[in-house]
Design a protein around this ligand. Structure first.
Ligand code: HPA
Length: 269
């Protein structure tokens, strides 16, 4: 496994001329941040050894290198989901590769269903903790070169990055919620009973990504910052059938606000 990660990183390194400091993973319908990047290199996932190929509409599948808010970044436009049938190793491989490329922080975005009664469609939520209902991506042999056997998860989402993101949001008059993201496999959206359950065990939003990537990043000691766009509501009395198209439409509408926060945050760190 280590060999695979190193070979993939070496291939990429041979094709780029910058050293990324920050890794960014863009979720469903959130690719617009790419327009703000001064792009130096684009590598389609098909060309990268050991990368899976993403199959979901709205995830175009490219690794983009460039400059955003004065920082060198590597951006995953499109991610790998467990529900596509990829192994947890494949889902999280890009994060490990980004670490070998030199990233010191990881920013993650996603679309999620809101289960907090105070949330509205189109809200942004800064993730301050998570609940993992996926198989843990660290199950299997541990590689001490990557991180410890029993990694701490008490500060999965970096408090300093959260505080700075809130500063940026307030300076730009952007309303942000903050809360707990619960990750589960999908691909079904939740039943009303499941939304209620998810909320009752402490989540504010639910989605099908992010948690495996953050676990693997924290294993390697990388500080993480993550945001959800609330694209639908799993709140009693407000539940309407959720569709992937709607999720993407709402994400596209709210993504300008998210892009502003991410870019502003780059400048502050
Ligand atoms: N549930 C799970 N994943 C999601 C949702 C949801 O309601 N909305 C966007 N991604």
């Amino acid at each position: 496994m280590l060999e695979q990660i190193k070979n993939t990183a070496a291939y990429i390194q041979n094709n780029i001329s910058i050293k990324p400091e920050i890794g960014i993973i863009l979720g469903s319908g959130l690719g617009g941040l790419v327009k703000e990047i001064n792009i130096k290199h684009t590598i389609p996932y098909e060309e990268i050894p050991n990368f899976a190929v993403s199959t979901v509409e709205g995830h175009s599948g490219k690794l983009i290198f460039g400059e955003l808010g004065g920082k060198n970044v590597v951006v995953m436009q499109g991610r790998f989901h467990y529900y596509e049938g990829h192994s947890m190793h494949q889902v999280t491989l890009p994060v490990r590769v980004m670490k070998f490329l030199g990233i010191q922080k990881l920013f993650v975005s996603n679309a999620a269903g809101g289960v907090n009664a105070g949330f509205e469609i189109g809200d942004l939520m800064i993730i301050n903790d998570h609940i993992n209902l996926f198989p843990n991506p660290l199950i299997g042999k541990n590689y001490p070169e990557l991180g410890p056997r029993f990694p701490d998860m008490s500060d999965a989402y970096d408090k300093d990055l959260i505080a700075k993101a809130k500063q940026v949001a307030s300076l730009n008059n952007i309303k942000v919620q903050e809360g707990v993201y619960l990750g589960l496999t999908g691909p079904t959206f939740e039943t009303p009973a499941e939304y209620k359950y998810v909320n009752s065990i402490g989540a504010d939003a639910v989605g099908m990504s992010t948690v495996p990537e953050v676990i693997v990043a924290r294993h390697m000691g990388i500080p993480c910052f993550a945001m959800s766009i609330i694209t639908d509501l799993g709140i009693f009395g407000k539940i309407v059938p959720a569709t992937h198209e709607e999720v993407q439409q709402v994400a596209a509408m709210a993504e300008k606000k998210m892009t502003l926060i991410m870019k502003g945050l780059m400048k502050l760190i």
